[in-house]
Design a protein around this ligand. Structure first.
Ligand code: 2X7
Ligand code: FE2
Length: 301
């Protein structure tokens, strides 16, 4: 394969287990009547948009719920199957997964990142249980599960050092990801599997999908999310990165796990507009389905 790999789509693909619960896919045990339609319709629009373009060779996902203490890890086994149960919502998410990993590309990103000075490791335990942030983002973007994935962990840099250190590491990881994709000759979708504002309720309604209980947690959280989305929609990504440390602190954002900044780094800090497919609240957290099409930049990211 010649080295002309490209990122052909970048997606902010949040992973509330409620969305899988409400979709009722055959892999998930619990059954729902309805719920969170705004976000689920947004994912449907995204899937339609992506289906109009070429099919990628690989989906690369950075997940907040594969938490590694020392550095960034990459799944390094060809195939994983098992039952993933959400630790907080076992009533909503008991998902039988069966997925394939692009181990060659995982290794290539791992080495690029390591050469850039980041601490990295391949995860080679065949009995490892894949986290729900990886599974849910991949399922909502590509429910067919017919494309191999690369799964990347979130590390502790934001917590052990500072938001600024975490951000610098994720931008470097994103750039390393883009270099490895380019050298691989493969076409890739990149998914940042995180919510935006992340204050959430501490009590669940008796019927989880009773939408009369669902609402934004706090107006200040909502204002933060709207500011972030406006910057994405206007292609003002550097400004978004400039305010990211404050956004993380003041909205308790799940961006503290680094997924979104990794994506923006991989896309080369895009100055073209993102498309917002949906925004909605899940147990009070702010979630948006957002797509970056690098063709709008006039070529590959
Ligand atoms: O992990 C999550 C999340 N990020 C947002 C909402 C609800 C549950 O789980
Ligand atoms: Fe989460």
């Amino acid at each position: 394969m010649t080295a002309s790999g490209e990122i052909i789509a970048g997606v902010l693909a949040p992973h509330p287990p409620h969305l899988i619960y409400a979709e009722n896919p055959p892999q998930n045990e619990p059954r729902a009547e309805c719920g969170w339609e705004g976000l689920r319709w947004g994912y449907k629009r995204l899937r339609r948009n992506l289906a109009r373009r070429e099919k990628p060779d690989v989906i690369i996902v950075h997940s907040p719920h594969w938490k590694t203490t020392m550095g960034t890890h990459f799944l390094g086994v060809e195939h994983f199957a098992g039952l993933s149960v959400d630790p907080i919502f076992p009533n909503l998410f008991r998902f039988h997964y069966d997925l394939n990993i692009d181990v060659a590309l995982s290794r290539a990103i791992c080495s690029e990142a390591s050469e850039a000075g980041l601490v990295t490791k391949m995860m080679t335990n065949p009995n490892f249980r894949v986290d729900y942030g990886t599974i849910i983002a991949c399922h909502l973007v590509r429910p067919e599960w017919d494309i191999p994935i690369v799964a990347i962990s979130s590390n502790r840099a934001y917590y052990d050092f500072s938001n600024e250190v975490g951000e610098a590491q994720m931008l470097a990881l994103g750039a390393a990801t883009a270099r490895a994709v380019e050298r691989s000759g493969k076409k890739a979708w990149l998914l940042a599997s995180n919510s935006l504002s992340h204050r959430h309720f501490t009590k669940e309604p008796t019927l989880p999908e009773d939408m009369s209980h669902e609402h934004t947690y706090h107006h200040g959280q909502y204002l933060w999310d709207m500011q972030v989305l406006e910057l994405m929609e206007q292609g003002r990504t550097q400004e978004l990165l400039d305010i990211m440390p404050d956004f993380i602190e003041q909205s308790i954002s799940e961006c503290k796990e680094g997924s979104l900044t990794w994506l923006l780094g991989a896309l080369g800090i895009p100055s073209y507009p993102a498309e917002i497919h949906a925004y909605g609240s899940v147990i009070g957290t702010g979630n948006a389905v957002v797509e970056w099409d690098p063709v709008l930049a006039g070529g590959a990211a």
